[in-house]
Design a protein around this ligand. Structure first.
Ligand code: GTB
Length: 219
């Protein structure tokens, strides 16, 4: 039996691969693990059956036999642990790769998401003009620091790891806003990640969901 993940039935990103099922699909593709996808509506995500999998009523989730996981970071880590392709064999190398996964999720992603969400949801609020410079600076600060660390390296720790998958996955979501172009080495890093065949397969699979839904609607 293949593991089953969940993804949006109708992703608000209209097939741009910005939702967090993308990183789970990508990890599964990197390790060559076939998987099934159960598409859920926003309404279904808040029903007891889905809440039993994801207490916060979100995608992605992951089910494999008796094991049910939520949180994209935990799911990618689980996949990486079960297959050799995404984590180095030596303990120190594994620890560094896992450190970059945490850095992506707990240090880099929050300021990027907060900046993006404010731009989407708070433009008409009275506090927007005052708050936005602070959010812009917080986002640029982590990007500046990450850019300085990456330098001209291809990946964060030599060979591509789950740490790069998570970091590039996080940065990818900020690409449409244009902010990555201010850091050419980060833009090139994300482009390298996007060029990986596993990324391409994952992207095509999530895009196919949007295309099928559009075709069914006749849009
Ligand atoms: N910490 C969790 C994880 O990493 O798995 C966060 C999961 C999460 O945020 N899931 C979102 C969700 O289910 C989808 S990815 N939201 C529904 C809800 O909370 O009710 C976030 C997302 C959504 C849409 C876009 N987009 O349209 O561009 C991008 C990212």
């Amino acid at each position: 039996m293949n593991p089953t993940i969940t993804a949006f039935k109708a992703s608000p990103d209209r097939g741009r691969g910005l939702a967090r099922d993308m990183r789970v699909r990508w990890a599964l593709e990197e390790v060559g693990q076939p998987y099934d996808v159960r598409l859920v509506t926003f309404e279904e995500m808040k029903q007891p059956a889905h809440l039993a999998l994801s207490p916060f009523g979100q995608i992605p989730t992951y089910e494999d036999g008796d094991l049910a996981l939520f949180e994209s970071g935990s799911i990618v880590f689980h996949i990486a642990q079960r297959h050799a392709a995404l984590l180095p064999q030596d303990a120190a190398g594994r620890a560094r790769a896992v450190t970059w996964m945490f850095a992506a999720l707990s240090t880099v992603e929050p300021p990027l998401v907060e900046r993006g969400m404010a731009g989407l949801l708070e433009r008409d609020k009275p506090w927007f003009e005052q708050r936005q410079p602070m959010l812009e600076e917080r986002a640029r600060k982590v990007l500046r620091e990450l850019s300085a660390r990456l330098g001209e390296a291809e990946w964060l720790e030599g060979a591509f790891t789950a740490g790069d998958l998570m970091m590039a996955g996080v940065l990818f979501r900020s690409k449409p806003s244009g902010i990555l172009n201010e850091f050419p080495n980060l833009a090139a890093y994300v482009a390298r990640a996007e060029a990986r065949p596993a990324f391409q397969r994952a992207f095509a699979a999530q895009l196919a969901v949007f295309q099928a839904a559009s075709a069914a609607e006749g849009t």
